[in-house]
Design a protein around this ligand. Structure first.
Ligand SMILES: CCCCCCCC/C=C\CCCCCCCC(=O)SCCNC(=O)CCNC(=O)[C@H](O)C(C)(C)COP(=O)(O)OP(=O)(O)OC[C@H]1O[C@@H](n2cnc3c(N)ncnc32)[C@H](O)[C@@H]1OP(=O)(O)O
Length: 214
């Protein structure tokens, strides 16, 4: 990278450049000691819809007018499936889905895996491959699964296929989700929304249900 970065400030450029070069890169491949994921006994039955974790979530919230409105369903194993219809609102290039929107759809589908393990986790890392352009009006068939668990680290992957569950592969992602407690949201979220969420008994029940493992 040349000194055009950061308005040409060579000091900042060097500092940021070296940080990028030396930053540790955790592999998205589970380490040898990682465990197979366990489907929680109270996970939704195969085919059962997985409700939204938060009404205002951009990915799954039914009360979010600008959102993707993804509705994932439980799979047979530690996996979930979902369909996402690309609309004109999701364009990047004319008539084609924006890559960031597709990454969001993958991220949200991966997030729904929390329900299969009854663990609250957030995305630490998401590595996405865009293999084919995805036109507006396409139904993207998403499938996410947990591959392995190592302490708080959840190794998972997702695919998005065009036109059907066995259609051509358009996008895929490998991700590392990190288990957190409810306090992660309470401590970091904006007061206004956190207060509203804590006053909503359904929201509190949804969040707390994950904290008790068998
Ligand atoms: C009543 C209240 C209502 C609340 C209601 C809430 C209900 C919610 C229910 C369900 C939510 C589901 C939401 C799904 C939505 C879709 C998914 C998203 O988009 S999530 C948003 C985007 N992600 C973030 O905003 C994370 C931002 N990052 C962080 O907050 C931290 O970095 C965090 C929590 C990920 C880790 O921080 P640390 O301090 O807890 O832990 P450390 O020690 O840093 O990491 C633990 C291990 O993970 C590795 N790790 C962490 N980040 C990594 C990374 N980026 N790449 C590789 N490895 C990483 C570390 O190397 C470490 O590994 P070693 O144990 O040492 O082996």
């Amino acid at each position: 990278m040349g000194p055009a970065w950061h308005g040409g400030d060579p000091a900042l450029c060097t500092a940021v450049g070296s940080a990028l070069v030396t930053a540790p890169k955790t592999s998205l491949t589970p380490p040898p000691g990682a465990l197979a994921p366990q489907r929680h006994p109270e996970a939704p039955a195969p085919g059962e819809p997985i409700g939204s974790h938060y009404d205002q979530c951009f990915g799954c919230g039914t009360g979010q007018p600008h959102g993707l409105h993804l509705q994932a369903r439980a799979g047979e194993g530690v996996n979930v499936i979902a369909e996402f219809t690309v609309t004109p609102d999701h364009q990047g290039a004319p008539g084609l889905a924006h890559g960031g929107v597709l990454a969001s759809a993958l991220d949200e589908t991966l997030g729904a895996l929390n329900w299969m393990m009854h663990v609250i986790s957030v995305t630490g890392r998401l590595e996405t491959d865009f293999l084919r352009p995805v036109p507006v009006e396409t139904v993207l068939h998403l499938d996410a699964q947990v591959r392995a668990v190592d302490g708080r680290k959840i190794y998972c992957s997702a695919t998005g296929r065009i036109g059907g569950p066995d259609g051509p592969l358009a996008v895929r992602a490998d991700a590392l989700f990190i288990e957190v407690k409810v306090e992660h949201f309470i401590d970091n979220g904006r007061d206004e929304e956190i207060r509203a969420a804590m006053e909503d008994p359904d929201q509190v029940r949804r969040a707390r249900a994950f904290e008790v493992n068998p």
